[in-house]
Structures are given as C-alpha cells and as structure tokens.
Design a protein around this ligand. Structure first.
Ligand code: CA2
Length: 159
C-alpha cells in the first residue's frame, strides 16, 4: 500500500487548546485521526509528523522525495504553519525533491493580517486548500490522490 505523509509545522501541536475562533476546537490528534480515516478510505497508508523545527521538516521532505521516487509514497499534505510566510528553505526542498505537495491552511490566511497573505510554499505546491477548517486536511488528501502523478515518467495529471 502506498503512503501519504502529513506534515504539520510550528505551533500546530497547540491546536484545540486556544484560539478556537480561528482554528476550531479539534486537536492535532483529531486532525491526524481524520487523515488516517480519509487516506485509508482512499486506499493509502497515512503517516503523520508535526515539528516546531524547520530542519526536521526539511529532512522529512527530503526523505519523502526518496520514497516518492521509489514509488512508495504518493506525496505530502503539509500545513507549514508560520514557516509558510518565511521559509525559502521549504520552497527549495519541495522544488528540489519534486515531491507532490498539497499546502493546507485551516484559516483563510487571505482574510487575516497582510503578513499571512504571502506563501513561499504555494509556488512549489501542487495545490492549495485554504480556509475550510480542519476539514481541509481531508480535502487536501482527496486532491493529492486526484492528481495521479507518479515518480517515473508519469507526466502531467490526467484530470
Ligand atoms: O491557518 C493555518 O493553518 C495556519 O497555517 C496556522 C499557523 C499560522 O501561522 C498560519 O498563518 C496559518 C499557526 C498555527 C498555530 O496554531 C495554533 C493553534 C492553536 C493555538 C495557537 C496556535
């Protein structure tokens, strides 16, 4: 069974503990459970990692790239948290590995402060899901599966 990797960036371990008006009441464990259920419904294994450290997220993307090229992993669903707005390194890692990655944000970042309007990740992403709450993780998994990209000469998505 092929795998989908779910990556959550800084502070997302705090989900469900505060700011429910912005991020809802679901915890990170709830989000990861939703991802497991969604992935398995679609026939994929799901692995989840949350880190507050940029280098750990970069290493995870690099390792995912190796697994993508081996045909073991179809891609990544990532909420890069605040690194979205700061990290050229994340952009370079996604581009450099060519691993399909769907960027997801729980809140509608475009309806928030101007510093959240720019993403370094979006230009490197296969697709983006923004503003649908934690349900966005399920939508992002559906989107990733729908792209149908494969590592060896698969070419453009068929849909
Ligand atoms: O809307 C999103 O998913 C964000 O990626 C969340 C990030 C934020 O920096 C981005 O601009 C948008 C923040 C994640 C922190 O989550 C918390 C959850 C509960 C309490 C405190 C922080």
């Amino acid at each position: 069974m092929q795998t989908i990797l779910i990556l959550n960036g800084p502070n997302l371990n705090l989900l469900g503990t505060r700011e429910p008006e912005t991020y809802g009441s679901a915890t990170l464990a709830d989000v990861e459970q939703l991802c497991h259920v969604t992935g398995e419904r679609l026939g994929y294994a799901v692995e989840c990692l949350q880190s507050n450290h940029e280098g750990i997220l970069l290493d995870a993307i690099h390792a995912a790239g190796v697994r993508f090229r081996a045909g073991e992993l179809i891609g990544i669903v990532m909420n890069p948290g605040a690194y979205t707005h700061t990290s050229i390194a994340l952009h370079d890692a996604i581009k450099g590995t060519s691993v399909p990655l769907v960027e997801i944000h729980i809140s509608n970042v475009h309806a928030r402060e101007p510093f959240r309007h720019h993403s370094y990740v979006s230009p490197a992403a296969t697709g983006i899901v923004v503003g649908f709450g934690v349900r966005g993780y399920a939508l992002a998994i559906e989107g990733l599966v729908g792209t149908g990209r494969v590592a060896h000469g698969g070419g453009a998505p068929s849909n």
